[in-house]
Design a protein around this ligand. Structure first.
Ligand SMILES: [Zn+2]
Ligand SMILES: [Zn+2]
Length: 347
């Protein structure tokens, strides 16, 4: 099969011919129909992710058709239309047994711990636990965009943030994760404040339901601006970018007993940001993470997509071929498209 392969971190990836994967007992092999490009893929290519061994095939936001099934797989058949969370569980550790596959002790992450989906085929371990069936009406490109940013944002807003209708939600950073969080928080009845340094992204945030916007490039004190707009601070605040500044601001702009949810990755030099811990104590703030979403929680999110309350297709920006993927991957830190780029042709 053809796959995007890199042999050194930071060196130009190539489209190479590599052996087709064959399913082990608990696995399925999926024929890719769509796979999203994500900043996590760029971090992996740069060597920021210690799970990756070389040579490597990136890609984790995938959707496709089951092509082959291992002999112990019970729930899936050749021809099924599926997607997967970017974190798969092992099924045996205490977290998996408690239903928290997103923090499994022995994680399967296509494109990180194993070869990923910038390829014609990808093998997915423990398929009975980790696959999600797609509704018939959902196209593959939309499904691929759920895999990482949208599902993680859904968990951040709904499960970790426990956001209720009428609450104020601040979303710091209006890239793919942030725009997803804005759409989801708006759909469940929250008032959303969007924060970014780019007016074009803030305009799109408004289109997706943000009731107020703060431009961080022209606002001297972002937390004060959010506290002012929300009449005392956000109930839930999300760092959707992942930087020391947005993380600090997201905690600093909370009202008493508010929740900060960290979704944007904090890698390399950003791994240990400053936290206003005196305020965390005095105001009884909660600091939470969101790390993907378990396959068994996708049903509630997919129901909201089917009913039309959520429309993740609005966040798909461009469609490219596998041959165009190496250049697009390398450019990801320079050019952040408005919405996601998805690979939809693999030949
Ligand atoms: Zn596990
Ligand atoms: Zn991703």
């Amino acid at each position: 099969m053809k796959a995007v392969l890199f042999e050194k971190f930071g060196a130009t990836p190539k489209v190479a011919d590599v052996p087709d994967p064959a399913p082990m007992r608990h696995d399925v092999v999926i024929k890719l129909e769509a796979t999203g490009l994500c900043r996590s893929d760029w971090h992996g290519w740069m060597g920021h992710d210690t799970d990756i061994t070389l040579p490597h095939v990136p890609g984790h936001e995938l959707a496709g058709i089951v092509q082959a099934v291992g002999k112990d797989v019970r729930r899936w058949q050749v021809g099924d239309r599926v997607t997967v969370p970017f974190v798969g569980g092992c099924g045996h550790c205490p977290e998996c047994q408690a239903g928290h596959q997103q923090v499994c002790h022995n994680q399967f992450q296509p494109g990180f711990t194993h070869w990923g989906s910038f390829a014609e085929y990808v093998s997915i371990h423990h398929a009975d636990l980790n696959l999600v069936a797609l509704p018939d009406a959902m196209d593959f490109a939309t499904a691929a965009s759920l895999g990482c940013r949208f599902a993680t944002s859904f968990r951040a807003v709904v499960d970790q943030g426990a956001t209720a209708g009428g609450q104020w939600v601040a979303v710091h950073g209006c890239g793919g994760v942030g725009l997803s969080a804005i759409m989801i928080a708006n759909a469940i009845g929250a008032n959303v404040v969007a924060i970014d340094i780019d007016e074009t992204k803030l305009d799109f945030a408004r289109d997706l339901g943000a009731v107020a916007c703060v431009n961080g490039a022209t606002t001297a004190d972002v937390p004060e601006a959010v506290i002012d707009i929300t009449g005392g601070g956000a109930h839930v605040s999300i760092d959707a970018l992942g930087s020391p500044v947005t993380c600090f601001n997201s905690i600093q702009n909370l009202r008493r007993r508010g929740k900060h949810v960290q979704v944007g990755l904090m890698l390399a030099g950003h791994a240990t940001p400053q936290i206003p811990m005196a305020k965390v104590i005095a105001h009884e703030l909660e600091i939470l993470g969101s790390h993907g979403m378990q396959a068994h929680r996708y049903d509630v999110m997919l129901a909201m997509v089917q009913s039309g309350k959520l429309d993740p297709a609005r966040l798909v920006h461009g469609k490219i071929s596998l041959a165009e993927a190496p250049a697009a991957l390398m450019a990801m830190d320079k050019f952040q498209a408005l919405g996601a780029t998805v690979i939809t042709s693999f030949g």
